[in-house]
Every structure is written in C-alpha cells, then in structure tokens.
Design a protein around this ligand. Structure first.
Ligand code: DQA
Length: 153
C-alpha cells in the first residue's frame, strides 16, 4: 500500500445521532459515538484520517459539504432519510466534487419502496447497504482503493 495519507470526512444525517435507540434489527446496537470510534480504528491501518460530522438540520449538512473542498480527500456519507428526497444535498455533494461513497446500515433495497431511490447515488462511486456497522469497514477499503486509483490518473 502507498504511504500517502488521505482525509475522509464521515457524514451522518438526520436521526443517525439516535443509533442505539433505533430498531436494532435494522440498525444494530452501536451508538453513533461507538460507530465513529470503530470507523476511526478501522481507518488507521489504511492510512486514512477521519473527520466526523452529524446533524439533524439539512442546511447544516449542505453547508458542511460546501466547506469540504481542500479540507477532505473523500466523503463517506449516510444522509439517513434525506437520501431519498433531499435534492439540495445532492447538489451540495456535486459542489463538493470529491470521491464519495454512499452507505446505509439497513438494506434500503429491501424495505419500503420509497427507500429504494437515492438522490446521491449517481454522484457516488459505490453504494453499500444492509451490512450494518461492518459495511463501514468495507467502505473505507473501497475509498482507499478509489483514492489510490485517482492518484495514478
Ligand atoms: C438509513 C436508511 C434510511 O432509509 C433511513 O431513513 C435512515 C438510516 C440506514 O443507514 O440504513 O435513517 O440511511
């Protein structure tokens, strides 16, 4: 693996601060701080530095995306239910213009039909869903590979 270090911003949207209180069959039992701790630990051996952001306010999520250019090399994002309808988040992700991976704890493809649609999918190089917290580990690996690929381009 190359020695280049990259900065990954991990963004969680609406209601994801409530992990640990939400349905454990869908979302697991980790709280958000516990999940973030796991992500930080998994990122270290991949030489990825992690930053974390969560909000329940769509405008704050949008403004955080605006602030990332020059501050992060890639984005790992789980916008919660905003995924399915918040076009302003899609546009802000386009403005951020960074490699992005969409992640969901639950299997959004096999729940209510409205969860199948994602406003951000076309802007993300990959999507992971339904793998719970373990999905984040794979997401970090895929982000690292994508960053190495873009370095070579
Ligand atoms: C979620 C899936 C969304 O449909 C839902 O609204 C969430 C969490 C997930 O991680 O599984 O809040 O993004």
């Amino acid at each position: 693996m190359s020695e280049v270090r990259y900065r990954v911003e991990v963004m969680h949207g609406v209601n994801l601060d409530q992990l640990g209180r939400r349905d454990p069959l869908l979302y697991g039992t980790l709280t958000l701080p516990e999940l973030e701790h796991q992500i930080e630990e998994d990122a270290r051996p991949l030489a990825l530095e992690t930053g974390f952001f969560q909000t329940n306010h769509e405008g704050a999520f949008v403004e955080h995306l605006h602030s990332l250019r020059g501050q992060a090399d890639a984005i790992l994002l789980n916008p919660g239910s905003w995924t399915h309808y918040a076009w302003a988040i899609r546009d802000a992700l386009e403005i951020a213009a960074l490699p992005a991976l969409e992640i969901h704890l639950s299997d959004v493809e096999n729940r209510e039909p409205w969860r199948r649609f994602s406003v951000i999918r076309e802007l993300c190089f990959a999507t992971i869903s339904g793998r719970g917290p373990d999905g984040y580990r794979d997401a970090l690996r895929q982000l690292r590979e994508e960053l190495d690929r873009s370095e070579r381009r």
